[in-house]
Design a protein. Structure first.
Length: 330
């Protein structure tokens, strides 16, 4: 953490902004080790390897989630450096779809010279591109995970590779350690559904944003309206990771109540998976939508319907599709 970044922070406990920084070790770039003390509520937050830890040590749910992610990841050897530098352009699992939706946003949002928060940044590959390709002035990566190749410590690979820097805060996405109105843009990739309270999350995003600020999120899973289940039964939930599935209406109600307006794009990954369909994708589509994935004209029509203000929400009621939205704070 750079010493100057203290001026951007607010205490997640009391929301005050009076700090005392105690530096134990620093280098030419940042404070590597030390303590950040809130002068109001007297809480102390440790700085280790440049990352400020704002997590509540008594939050058992968050600790279960962290343990679950680390258990699922298993051993993470140094040979993963080349994989990290390739992300999100990695030809396995869900990564091709995430990459398609991520790079799409640069056609719609101008990050240059802006202050940006990367919400649920994880390995910080997205933070890297917001800084390099997006040319953001300042970027703050926020996540609960710190472990190298899984969380915020991965950023040091990009610091060396690209000769860049961005701040890293280990924090609950519902209690961001940033001042009111600090951010011009908040970005999130597949993180909102890890919240059990989307309205609280959207309100916290609105708090740290300037009026007219932009919240852009991608790769959020959306369930059909007929699916009443709130949590999936998968490896993540069995390990204690907070996975949720929300309908389009639930997302929209939350962002409107938090003071946002905007709408969905047609995710590029949908066009990709329509052209090269896979079993999981097809199973999440009703027969009519499956029919629209066959043929170039039908695919163009599906794309048009998905981004429509009225037709998009209708399609999302009946199909399991990823959600990309660009919202503006009123």
């Amino acid at each position: 953490m750079k010493e100057s970044s203290v001026n951007s922070l607010s205490c997640p406990t009391c929301r005050r902004t009076e700090w005392r920084l105690v530096v134990h070790e620093s280098d030419a770039q940042e404070v590597r080790s030390g303590e950040l003390k809130c002068e109001s509520c007297k809480r102390t937050f440790l700085i280790d390897r440049g990352i400020v830890d704002f997590l509540d040590p008594d939050d058992e749910q968050l600790q279960r989630e962290i343990n679950g992610w680390e258990q699922m990841a298993g051993h993470l050897p140094e040979s993963l450096v080349s994989t990290m530098t390739a992300l999100p352009s990695y030809p396995h699992g869900e990564w091709p779809y995430v990459a398609a939706d991520f790079f799409q946003i640069f056609e719609y949002v101008d990050f240059s010279d802006r202050r940006v928060v990367d919400l649920g940044a994880g390995r910080t590959w997205s933070t890297r591109f917001l800084k390099t390709r997006g040319r953001a002035a300042e970027v703050a990566a926020v996540d609960v995970l710190k472990k190298r190749f899984l969380g915020l410590e991965t950023a040091e690979i990009f610091f060396l590779e690209d000769r860049i820097f961005f701040e890293r805060y280990c924090a609950d996405i519902h209690q961001l350690p940033l001042r009111d109105g600090w951010a011009d843009i908040v970005f999130s990739s597949a993180s909102i559904h890890h919240s059990s309270d989307p309205l609280r999350l959207f309100r916290e995003v609105a708090r740290v944003m300037k009026p007219g600020g932009i919240f852009v999120f991608i790769s959020e899973p959306v369930k059909m309206k007929s699916n009443k289940a709130r949590q999936p039964e998968n490896e993540e939930t069995r390990l204690g990771i907070n996975e949720n599935v929300y309908s389009f209406e639930e997302y929209r109600e939350a962002w409107r109540a938090a003071g946002f307006q905007g709408r969905q794009l047609s995710p590029r990954s949908v066009r990709y998976r329509s052209l090269y369909p896979d079993r999981d994708f097809q199973l999440g589509l009703p027969p009519m939508v499956q029919y629209m994935t066959r043929g170039a004209r039908r695919r163009r029509l599906l794309s048009h319907l998905l981004r429509g203000r009225w037709t998009g929400p209708f399609v999302y009621q009946y199909a399991n599709l990823p959600l990309t939205c660009i919202l503006t704070k009123r």
